[in-house]
Design a protein around this ligand. Structure first.
Ligand SMILES: [Zn+2]
Length: 217
């Protein structure tokens, strides 16, 4: 009887694939749609301030749509999908040790607007999948800045300088840090995050972003 009820419930609550609306056989999107995601090669994508930065996939229409929905349209469940995507990529790059996952912080003003920081949600899910701990308070945003996309490169660098700080001094500076972000285009924000952590004494820092608009070269 219990088995029967479970089966019935699973039929009632089956959600169609986020994209093609077919019955999904995986988290959020079906295998067919998941396989359409353009993963980046499992290699260092860029280096900022001597730290390795990786990008999981190409910022194409699927990923663009998904990031926008998670970030602005309250589709919080997509954090599960992004964590899976990041975890699949992490398995490929073969990290040699455990890292403390740190989501790129947003300002109080931005949090007021959006109600939540989407990368914090991803960090919670990624922590479950990898078994790595995450910390949402270590790196904080102390300055609200003008939206970066409105500015030119030199203005962006000036705008973001000093926008972050390290909050918790109880965490050992020997802890390897893994910063996660959604997209990297100019990398200016990510680099400022890395610089802030380095300045406070952290030595081993890497970063992984969900997507990059650049074509691999
Ligand atoms: Zn699908």
């Amino acid at each position: 009887m219990i088995k029967f009820i479970e089966k019935l419930l699973s039929i009632i609550y089956i959600q169609p694939c986020y994209f093609c609306k077919s019955t999904k056989d995986d988290n959020i999107i079906c295998k067919k749609c998941y396989n359409k995601i353009h993963f980046m090669p499992p290699a260092v994508y860029k280096e900022y301030s001597g730290c390795k930065v990786y990008a999981c996939c190409l910022y194409d229409d699927i990923i663009k749509h998904l990031i926008r929905d998670l970030k602005y349209h309250n589709k919080k469940k997509l954090s599960v999908l992004f964590a899976k995507l990041m975890n699949d990529y992490i398995k490929d790059i073969n990290l040699k040790q455990e890292y403390l996952i740190i989501p790129v912080p947003i300002s109080k003003e931005r949090r007021k607007e959006r109600k939540y920081n989407h990368m914090e949600l991803v960090s919670d899910e990624l922590s479950k999948l990898t078994g790595f701990k995450n910390n949402k308070n270590l790196l904080i945003r102390i300055k609200d800045t003008e939206k970066q996309y409105k500015l030119h490169r030199t203005e962006r660098i000036k705008n973001i300088k000093g926008a972050f700080d390290v909050n918790n001094t109880e965490i050992s500076k020997e802890t390897p840090i893994l910063i996660i972000d959604d997209i990297t285009s100019t990398g200016i924000t990510l680099e400022e995050n890395i610089k802030t952590l380095k300045k406070s004494g952290f030595k081993e820092i890497i970063a992984i972003t969900l997507a990059t608009p650049d074509i691999w070269n």
